[in-house]
Ligand binder design. Sequence first.
Ligand code: HEM
Length: 500
Amino acid sequence: MFSSFVGFDLPPLLLAAAVLFVTLLLRSWGQAPANLPPFPGRSVPVLGHLLLLGAEARERLLEIRKKTGNIFSMYFGGTLVIVLSGFEVLKEAMVKQGDVFVDRPAEGLTGILRVKTGIIGTSGSTWKENRGATFQILRSFGLGKDVMSQRIVEEIKFYMGYLEGLAGKAANVQDITTCAASNVTCRIVLGKRFNYDDSDFVTLLRYLHEYMTLVGGGNFHTWFPQVRYLPGDFFRTKRLLQLSAEITKRMKNFIEHMREQEKNGLAASNLISSYIEKMEEKQRSGEQTELTMHHLERVVFDLFVGGSETTATTLLWFYLYMIHFPDIQEKVYEEIVREIGTTRSPTGQDKLGLSYVKAVLLETQRLASISPFGIPHRCNRETTIAGYTIPKDVEILLHLDSVMLDDQIWDNAKMFRPERFLKDGKLSCPEFFVAFGLGKRSCPGEALAKIELFLFAVSVVQKFKIVPADPDNIPPRDYERGATCCPLPFSIRFVARSAA
Ligand code: HEM
């Protein structure tokens, strides 16, 4: 109809693109409120400041911070975003004014993915009750305690068996490492693990990885969700929606299967059953509750998303740094041999004695900074930070990278130097270490992630020397751009220490 109105036959793609362009142009014409934090340059119609960032958004934002200061505004498409950089500004917003910055944006990608359920994408009472109940259950399972360590150690046995099976041959262990980290989540959420060659499990993890890549802020649809109305799928938005639906379907199946097991008295202790129990208890007592089956599907999704890729990605960075810095790897090995020997498997208790290992893991997290912008927040009422007005409902980007890679905080921040986390031989982690975010919305899985990383890293270095597949061609420390920064695929060898 529109094409006949303008007098000639526009092909549908061109027509849709024209409608999209006009919509965005109108959106980007709004008047910016007064006294906003400064803009780093001129905004162009439709794209806003996206051209300033280009493909290297991470590096460009660090440069913009140097020129513009710790707090600046940008238009990402038609969306006004305020970027908070530097430890003091982040602390002011996330801790001192924590209640104001606690919510998530409800529009944009969150809107098109319809993430109005679960923990990661929700706000207000829904978020509070679901996050509270989920992590109360996890704590009752021993989150960060010895019982949890035992579940992790059981999984590590399978992982070590796989690495032994490689017999020192070069391999890309990304998939298997993700399977192992995910199995820790599965043991908690479902009360069971999957074999590494279980094709349904491997497919689910591939979907999750692709989902995490497409959901990252570097994708065009994050700021222009309208592209989903274009014919075809050039921006892969339809693929993202399809992945979200596929993963959700699998989460529903897990829950249904668990209910069947429960009926037959076959279910081991697991988060799904405990959540349902809590929900039914509240319903029976007539208490108003936002624990529902619908929310549970997304809670399970969120735990897979939050708990699998992040830990696996950090372990991959650890392997990469160990082949870049073999001297540091040897120091890690020496400490393990000195404190626990070569035969006994590590336990959670060993954390006390292995300060150097923990320093290496903190330095891995700091330098890799796998979640450079955390997850977007929203300011729920107008406020002031550093003398600037932060309007209600504006989207907030936590520039965690600006703290983790700040030369003012970390001497020679680009260098891998675990000693920066040691004081008189003891571990010392300053508050500037913000890998898990900060404030009310900081990562609730921190304790689990830390013990997982510790037990996996110690187990692997205790038994194997990690070496590059080709000593003359060490894989670069470059990464894939997605929701987390995962190293580009690389192959390494795990050479048995007894044979090294
Ligand atoms: C090395 C591993 C991990 C890193 C670096 C990491 C980092 C983060 C960061 C930066 C955030 C965003 C904080 C914010 O919005 O301000 C977050 C949120 C979250 N993480 Fe983690 N995380 C890790 C492991 C885990 C694990 C093991 C779990 C699950 C057991 C988990 C579950 C979550 C959840 C559910 C959220 C959303 C919290 C909310 O919205 O209230 N994470 N994580």
